[in-house]
Write a new protein. Structure first.
Length: 140
């Protein structure tokens, strides 16, 4: 019983994107195939701008290791309903003045130019953004 409770607790904290497996740290057949070879040209800029708006010092934000992927569907958490795509996922690291460490991970899900959600070190569960990016294959 105790093992079941621990497993349920871990699954509920699992990650921002249960993108048909993305974000909960799972790799393999649960990750959907990319539906087009490219992500919309403005997805990265839109994701970065959306993240900047939520930070206390938006002018000081720098980005690194930013990668993007387009998927067929995504879930925001292990128990959420799947959202059909195409969905653009943008992941990477950012640094900002007044931030506790040098760089933090971020994960942004976009659909038709609209931000579905943002996960970073200031929102959501600890490591949610990194785990989501790793589950999507966009982080080591």
């Amino acid at each position: 019983m105790r093992a079941l409770m621990v497993a349920l607790a871990m699954a509920s904290v699992g990650g921002a994107a249960g993108a048909a497996g993305v974000g909960t740290g799972t790799m393999g057949p649960d990750i959907p195939q990319s539906i087009t070879p490219t992500v919309p040209a403005n997805a990265r800029k839109q994701a970065e701008d959306a993240l900047r708006r939520d930070l206390p010092a938006p002018d000081s934000v720098t980005f690194r290791a930013v990668k993007a992927l387009e998927v067929a569907s995504i879930r925001h958490g292990a128990f959420a309903a799947s959202i059909d795509g195409p969905i653009s996922i943008v992941c990477g690291q950012y640094g900002s003045q007044g931030q506790p460490g040098p760089y933090s991970w971020f994960f942004v899900a976009l659909k038709r130019g609209q931000v579905l959600w943002i996960a970073d070190d200031t929102s959501g569960a600890p490591d949610e953004a990194h785990d989501s990016c790793k589950g999507a294959g966009l982080a080591d």
